[in-house]
Design a protein around this ligand. Structure first.
Ligand SMILES: NC(=O)c1ccc[n+]([C@@H]2O[C@H](COP(=O)([O-])OP(=O)(O)OC[C@H]3O[C@@H](n4cnc5c(N)ncnc54)[C@H](OP(=O)(O)O)[C@@H]3O)[C@@H](O)[C@H]2O)c1
Length: 357
C-alpha cells in the first residue's frame, strides 16, 4: 500500500460515485496525498468489490472496497465528501448533505450556475435551491483562490468550460469587434464518462471526428458566467464540440475578434497568470508543439495556453489544452480541497505529463 511521508493530521474524505472516471481519478490523486485519508468510496453497481478491479491503475495501492452507502451516511464518517455523480443526481443529495456540516466538492454542474433559472434552459430541470447555489464557490483556483480559502462548498468547473475559460479570459481586457466568441472543442472519449451507449462502441468511435454537440452545449452559460466574472464583460459563446480519437484530453480553439501585436499579447498573458504553477504558456515557435496540444498535458494538472494572430481577419485564435479528467475535473477539485483546508496547494498534483503517449 501507499506509504505516506510525515505525520500530518489526516483529513478524512469520501467519494460518492467512485466507480466512474472522475471518481477513479480522484482516488488516484488522493491515495498518496500527505494530508488525506480516503475513508469511504461508494458505488451501487460495484458494491463489495475491490476498487482496483474497476480502476486497475490502483492495483496494489489501496485495499479499499466500494461500499453501497448513502451520501448522508458517508458524511457521518468523513470531513469532506466528493460527489462524482451525473448532473441532476448531485442535486438530490446536496440539500441533506449541507445540513450535516460536511464539506462538499461537487464535480457535477448542479451548483455551478449562479442564475438558477438557467438550469431549465440548459439542463432541462428546474433548480429549486437558489440559496444553496449561493453557498457554492466555482472551483477554479486561478480565478477564485481567495473565495475558495473560506469555502465549505465547491462546484468544480466542467472540462470544456475549463479549457475555454483559461484560454479566453486574459484576452478580454482588449477591445473586441464582436461580443461573440467562437469556441471549437475537441474532446477525448473519457469526457463523456464511463457509462455505455452505442456511440461509444470501439467500432463506432474509433477513427471518427464526430460533431456531437455543434450547438447548444451545456457548458455555454458556465463559460459566459466566468468570463464575465473575470473581465466584467458580457460575451456570447458560440461553442461546437467534437469527439475525437483520444481517450483523454481536450483542445479548445477560440476566435476572439481583437487585435494587438504578438509581444503585447504574450505580455498580457504573462501578467494575467503571473506565477500560476499549473498554467503554462506555450511560446516556442521552433518546437514541434508550437501550440497547445492535449498530447503534452495528459496525466498532469497543467493547462497549456497559446495563440496565433490572424492578420487577415484581425482575430486572436487562442488555444487551451487540458487533461479533461485532471485540470478539467479531479485536479482542480484536489487543488481546491488543498486551498480550502490550508494544505500545500500543489500537494499530489505536481506529476509532469506523460510523454510520449
Ligand atoms: N468525464 C469528464 O471528463 C468530466 C470532467 C469534468 C466534470 N465531469 C463531471 O463529473 C461527474 C462524473 O463524471 P464521470 O465522467 O466520472 O461519469 P461516470 O464515469 O459516468 O461516473 C458516474 C458515477 O456515478 C454513479 N451514479 C450514476 N448514477 C447514479 C445515481 N443515480 N445515484 C448514485 N450514483 C450514481 C455511477 O456509479 P455506480 O453506478 O457504480 O453507483 C457512476 O460510476 C459528472 O457530473 C460529469 O459531468 C466529468
Amino acid at each position: 500500500m501507499w506509504v505516506r511521508t510525515g505525520e500530518n493530521k489526516l483529513l478524512k474524505v469520501g467519494i460518492v460515485g467512485g466507480s466512474g472516471y472522475v471518481g477513479g481519478e480522484l482516488i488516484r490523486l488522493l491515495v498518496g496525498h500527505n494530508n488525506v485519508e480516503i475513508v469511504s468510496v461508494s458505488s451501487t453497481s460495484h458494491s463489495g468489490e475491490k476498487i482496483s478491479r474497476v480502476h486497475p491503475d490502483l492495483y496494489g495501492l489501496t485495499d479499499l472496497k466500494f461500499e453501497n452507502i448513502s451520501p448522508v451516511d458517508m458524511a457521518g464518517k468523513v470531513d469532506l465528501i466528493f460527489l462524482a455523480l451525473p448532473h441532476g443526481t448531485s442535486i438530490k443529495y446536496v440539500p441533506d448533505l449541507v445540513e450535516t456540516g460536511v464539506k462538499i466538492i461537487d464535480m457535477s454542474a448542479d451548483f455551478r450556475l449562479k442564475d438558477h433559472t438557467l438550469y431549465r434552459q440548459w439542463y432541462g430541470y428546474d433548480h429549486g435551491y437558489p440559496d444553496i447555489i449561493k453557498k457554492f464557490v466555482y472551483g477554479m483556483p486561478e480565478l477564485h483562490r481567495e473565495e475558495i480559502k473560506n469555502a465549505k462548498f465547491i462546484a468544480t468547473p466542467g472540462c470544456i468550460a475549463s479549457s475555454s475559460i483559461y484560454s479566453i479570459a486574459p484576452f478580454l481586457s482588449l477591445d473586441t469587434d464582436s461580443n461573440i466568441i467562437n469556441v471549437d472543442a475537441k474532446v477525448g472519449s473519457s469526457g463523456s464518462g464511463s457509462g455505455l451507449d452505442e456511440s461509444k462502441v470501439f467500432s463506432e468511435r474509433f477513427g471518427s471526428v464526430r460533431a456531437y454537440k455543434p450547438v447548444g452545449h451545456r457548458h455555454t452559460p458556465e463559460i459566459e458566467q466566468e468570463l464575465e466574472y473575470a473581465s466584467g464583460k458580457k460575451v456570447k459563446i458560440a461553442l461546437s464540440a467534437h469527439s475525437v480519437n483520444m481517450v483523454r484530453g481536450i483542445l479548445t480553439t477560440s476566435s476572439i475578434y481583437a487585435y494587438q501585436d504578438e509581444i503585447s499579447l504574450w505580455a498580457l498573458l504573462k501578467k494575467f497568470y503571473g506565477n500560476e504553477k499549473f498554467v503554462r504558456l506555450i511560446m516556442d515557435r521552433k518546437s514541434n508543439y508550437k501550440y497547445p496540444d492535449p498530447k503534452t498535458v495528459v496525466g498532469s494538472n497543467f493547462v497549456d495556453i497559446g495563440f496565433a494572430l490572424d492578420r487577415y481577419v484581425k482575430r486572436i485564435v487562442s488555444f487551451g489544452a487540458i487533461d479533461n479528467l485532471i485540470k478539467g475535473a479531479a485536479g482542480n477539485a484536489v487543488q481546491s480541497m488543498n486551498i480550502m483546508n490550508g494544505f500545500p496547494e500543489y500537494e499530489s498534483l505536481m506529476a509532469p505529463s506523460l510523454f510520449p503517449v
